[in-house]
Design a protein around this ligand. Structure first.
Ligand code: ZN
Length: 200
């Protein structure tokens, strides 16, 4: 719940959303991967497990472990709305952890590449978060942005490529998941229940 007051209207949307996250998750914090020994260790392990297919862990990927969001090098120069969309995606993971408990989430996120090449449970967990990415993109950048083929191929590649260890390499199925979210957005719009509402 957040109220946009006159005093805070100049605050970047992502900063306001971080404050919201800290209300829901009091231990939430953001740490740079470069400053994290754990992240650097994971980076090495991932490069080995994916035979080098996941080389962008430190530079491009955001990773939630427990209540900490580990951010890549480019976070510092990421524009406000892009940060906001990422934070919405990561909030899904924070809530999943509450829902499923530490044991399951640790299994899924500390051993994210198991079983390599086919990880349906993890794919569904990740899809729930990417569905939010698509919805929030539509909300803040318009429905054309959510339909942009570049976004679709980026999202689909997370499942079918080595980025997440080929977690669900069935492109047509992931495309159907994507279409279902777009249909849901259309239906919501038809009902007139969305608008340019910036509140999450
Ligand atoms: Zn995710």
């Amino acid at each position: 719940m957040s109220i946009v007051s006159e005093e805070t209207s100049g605050t970047p949307l992502s900063d306001r959303f971080i404050a919201e996250l800290q209300t829901e998750f009091p231990h939430f914090r953001i740490v740079r991967k470069r400053d994290s020994v754990l992240s650097r260790a994971i980076d090495v392990v991932l490069k080995i497990l994916t035979f080098g297919a996941q080389r962008a862990f430190m530079t491009h990927y955001h990773t939630v472990l427990w209540d900490t969001l580990y951010v890549p090098d480019r976070w510092a120069s990421t524009p406000d709305v892009a940060r906001l969309i990422t934070l919405h995606h990561e909030r899904v993971h924070l809530r999943q952890r509450r829902r499923y408990g530490d044991a399951v989430m640790t299994f899924l996120y500390l051993v994210p590449f198991f079983p390599l090449g086919l990880a349906y449970g993890r794919a569904r967990i990740e899809w729930e978060a990417y569905a939010e990415t698509i919805r929030v993109t539509a909300r803040y950048r318009g429905s054309d942005a959510a339909r942009d083929p570049a976004l679709r191929s980026h999202v689909v590649a997370q499942f079918t490529s080595g980025s997440y260890g080929w977690m669900w390499p069935f492109r047509k199925q992931v495309d159907r998941w994507y279409d279902a979210v777009l249909t849901e957005l259309d239906e919501t719009k038809a009902k007139g229940t969305t608008g340019p509402a910036p509140e999450a």
